[in-house]
Design a protein around this ligand. Structure first.
Ligand code: EPU
Length: 427
């Protein structure tokens, strides 16, 4: 099986450009199913999840074709409401957006229960409650969710948690519901705003995206259009942290610095020099970094998708650091692997106490999900000797050209074939 070999202790320095946002792309692509004409979506990251979604769209009858490596043309005119329970749909969690988009457009939809990264229970009850509030009947049977409505009607929906997926899915259905839908306690993440901007661009009437309350006046006639996806804040944060763990000087380009505020603030608190300009951030690590307490929160708080990478960094920083994970359950699955590299971490429920200053050493490790894999790569960059990361397919779901980008910054990373390990399941 393919793995990534990282020879650690190389200082990262130089310039790197981030791609379009994975979690925006995985919502804007299905949002094109709502469109009344051809959409051209630009700045897509060419990652495995996006490739799977292109397959999902084609199987639904949309003509989705890549014009170049980052530009997708979608002609949704011939889409039919078939059940999306094929392999490509099962692989990606975000295939649940097919439900909202198709329910709105056809009054019915069916999709396999979502797959995706495997950390903790990730139910979709808020999505279902939202569809029901809009007047749909929802049935879950044999691993497939069926949604159907004679007529979707706007509704007032309060989310118990500011769920990214539920907010977007309800928006997708509500643009085709009759009348006003109000989502209270809506997610405010930049990718939620990106989907709203795309839908507005093709004719929808959505106000308030980026705040707690989103108002959607449904029933507008949607057309096609061209749209450019926002930059990936998680990829950007990953390179900022990777620079810091190697004592480096990394300049991250093609980003929206405002999206990075929680990450920049935390790195500054730890003694990094973080300079921003219009669309880039430069992170220079001091010789001695300070420990930090990190609490993941919904946007604009510190993102859960950077928690594992930040944990890797904190294991190397002298002193005690604490991470509190408040967004997802059980997102500490990578910690056992970090401990095998020499990290000292005590996990108690949703809290990890890190006894920092560990000298990490490379070994064979395995990714249990996308960001877990990225945490281990981050640790490997600072470790003594060689780290070999198996289950690389998780990382390929979310990072385009990761190894090339790391190499361009001076890292010593290489993709190789089967890993020789006495842990059989890695092979
Ligand atoms: N939740 C529920 N019920 C629901 C929906 C969510 O209990 O109906 C819970 C989840 O189980 C989780 C929390 O609420 O504990 C947050 O879930 P949310 O719906 O906000 O997350 P998501 O839409 O499933 C997206 C990203 C994740 C990212 C989270 C949080 C996509 C495709 N995925 O997931 O990205 O961690 O928001 O920001 O947009 C990643 O990129 O590595 C990744 C996992």
């Amino acid at each position: 099986m393919e793995h990534l070999a990282i020879t650690g202790m190389q200082r990262l320095a130089g310039h790197v450009s981030v791609n379009g946002a994975k979690n925006a792309a995985l919502a804007v692509i299905p949002a094109a199913l709502c469109a009344g004409g051809v959409c051209v979506i630009d700045n897509l990251p060419m990652i495995d999840d996006v490739k799977s979604y292109i397959d999902v769209l084609n199987r639904l009858g949309a003509r989705a074709e890549l014009l170049d490596n980052h530009t997708l043309r979608v002609d949704p005119v011939h889409v039919a409401p078939v059940t999306a329970d094929f392999d490509s749909a099962k692989k990606i969690r975000a295939s649940y957006y097919v439900l909202g988009a198709m329910l709105g457009r056809f009054g019915e939809a069916a999709a396999a229960l979502p797959g995706g990264c495997n950390f903790g229970a990730r139910p979709i009850d808020f999505h279902i409650k939202g569809f029901e509030a809009l007047g749909a009947e929802v049935i879950v049977e044999h691993g497939v969710i069926y949604v159907r409505a004679d007529e979707l009607k706007g509704a007032h929906i309060y989310l118990d948690f500011a769920s990214v997926g539920a907010t977007i899915n309800i928006m997708l259905a509500a643009v085709n519901a009759k009348g006003l839908t109000v989502i209270e306690n809506a997610a405010k993440e930049p990718h939620v705003v990106d989907v709203a901007n795309f839908l507005n661009y093709i004719g929808a009437n959505i106000r308030g995206a980026g705040t707690n309350t989103i108002r959607i006046n449904g029933g507008e006639r949607l057309r096609g259009g061209d749209y450019t996806i926002i930059p990936d804040m998680i990829e950007a944060g990953t390179f900022m942290i990777a620079g810091a763990i190697t004592g480096g000087d990394v300049h991250v380009h093609n980003i929206i610095p405002k999206h990075m505020e929680s990450v920049s603030a935390k790195l500054r608190e730890m003694n990094c020099v973080v300079d921003e300009d219009e669309d880039s951030i430069r992170v220079r690590a001091a010789e001695l970094l300070s420990p930090a307490n990190v609490k993941t929160q919904v946007y604009p708080g510190f993102p859960t998708d950077l928690q594992p990478q930040m944990c890797a960094l904190l294991t190397t920083v002298q002193g005690t650091s604490i991470i509190r994970e408040t967004v997802t359950d059980n997102r500490f699955q990578y910690i056992g692997e970090l401990e095998r590299m020499g990290a000292r971490i005590h996990v108690d429920g949703r809290q990890a106490v890190i006894d920092g200053g560990a000298v990490l050493s490379g070994t064979d490790v395995s990714a249990s999900d996308l960001r877990a894999g990225m945490s281990l790569i981050t640790a490997g960059l600072a470790a003594v000797g060689e780290t070999r990361l198996a289950n690389l397919h998780y990382v390929d779901r979310g990072y385009e050209d990761l190894d090339e980008k790391l190499r361009s910054l001076g890292a010593c990373v290489e993709r190789r074939g089967a890993v020789k390990s006495d842990v059989g399941s890695y092979i």
